[in-house]
Design a protein around this ligand. Structure first.
Ligand SMILES: Nc1ncnc2c1ncn2[C@@H]1O[C@H](COP(=O)(O)OP(=O)(O)O)[C@@H](O)[C@H]1O
Ligand SMILES: N[C@@H](CCC(=O)OP(=O)(O)O)C(=O)O
Length: 263
């Protein structure tokens, strides 16, 4: 593996619900805020990899009511994502360009992380992009991934990328302020500021009622991913992606969201 060319590396994952409004439409100013923070880090010689969900919901936004119904759920996902992914990249390309930065799209399936040639190929791709000062934007290649090569969700993809590039930190941005000890909408619930990698978290997981294209996985898998990454010595943060300056605050060591660490 080539030497790190930048001071620090941060993997930032942004969930579908961060970037959409109540009508499930993509909110460009939210994407702008995220990119602005990545630009702030860049000026400090900290390179980010952005793992962005949103292709399915963006595809739904473009297509509206289907001309011909697609009965198969997996095929619907393929069509929505294939249509929505370039729309997401159009947003990002234009915003990064406004900040005088370059970005690139890296789509993957789980097979691309299998030890051997596939993994080496992924490493080469990320290392070369980062070395050039280009921000990789990753997403699952939903148009081609089959159930056996699917990630649980993009949280898993983000953790695999973080491991692959020896990231100093993994930030999972979602639509809650972090992990709560009860339902996040319940007034009596408190934010958990710190979790350990080996701590039992089952009792915190609450029911969620998200619809098609509104995201996958849920808090159970998010916590599983965070604890697994923390065990591998990658401090992981779960925080609200709609908050101003959330990424920079986390990198600056401010107490934001839920921090998951090895011990
Ligand atoms: N203990 C908890 N604390 C916070 N959120 C929780 C908790 N249990 C379940 N959730 C749900 O997890 C959701 C975030 O996970 P997920 O839907 O996978 O988000 P994303 O699309 O950002 O990956 C929240 O919207 C919330 O409804
Ligand atoms: N790859 C999918 C997102 C899958 C996913 O994990 O979604 P989310 O739970 O919102 O991060 C897409 O781009 O729509």
């Amino acid at each position: 593996m080539s030497a790190k060319t930048h001071k620090k590396r941060v993997v930032i994952k942004v969930g579908t619900n961060v970037m959409t409004n109540r009508d499930n439409r993509i909110v460009q100013p939210i994407l702008k805020k995220l990119v602005e923070q990545i630009a702030v880090l860049y000026e400090r010689d900290i390179m980010a990899v952005l793992v962005s969900s949103g292709s399915a919901i963006a595809g739904k936004e473009v297509m509206g009511k289907l001309q011909v119904p697609i009965e198969d759920k997996a095929t619907r996902r393929q069509v929505f994502s294939a249509v929505g992914q370039p729309r997401m990249m159009r947003h990002y390309y234009s915003i990064f360009h406004d900040y005088g930065m370059r970005c690139a799209q890296v789509l993957a399936t789980k097979r691309d992380f299998a030890p051997g040639k596939h993994r080496e190929n992924m490493i080469n791709c990320y290392e070369a992009l980062l070395e050039q000062g280009i921000i990789p934007i990753a997403n699952e290649d939903d148009a081609v991934s089959l159930s056996m090569s699917m990630f649980t969700d993009n949280d898993e993809l983000a953790s695999l990328v973080a491991e692959l590039i020896n990231a100093d930190m993994l930030i999972l941005l979602t639509d809650t302020d972090g992990v709560f000890n009860g339902h996040p909408d319940d007034e009596d619930s408190d934010l958990i500021k710190h979790l350990k990698a080996d701590q039992s978290v089952k009792e915190f997981i609450q029911e969620s009622n998200k619809g098609e294209g509104e995201g996958r996985g849920g808090m159970e898998s998010k916590l599983g991913v965070a604890q697994k990454a923390a065990k591998k010595d990658i401090p992981t943060f779960i925080a609200n992606g709609k908050w101003d300056n959330v990424i920079v605050d986390i990198v600056d060591g401010k107490e934001v969201g839920t921090r998951v660490t090895k011990s």
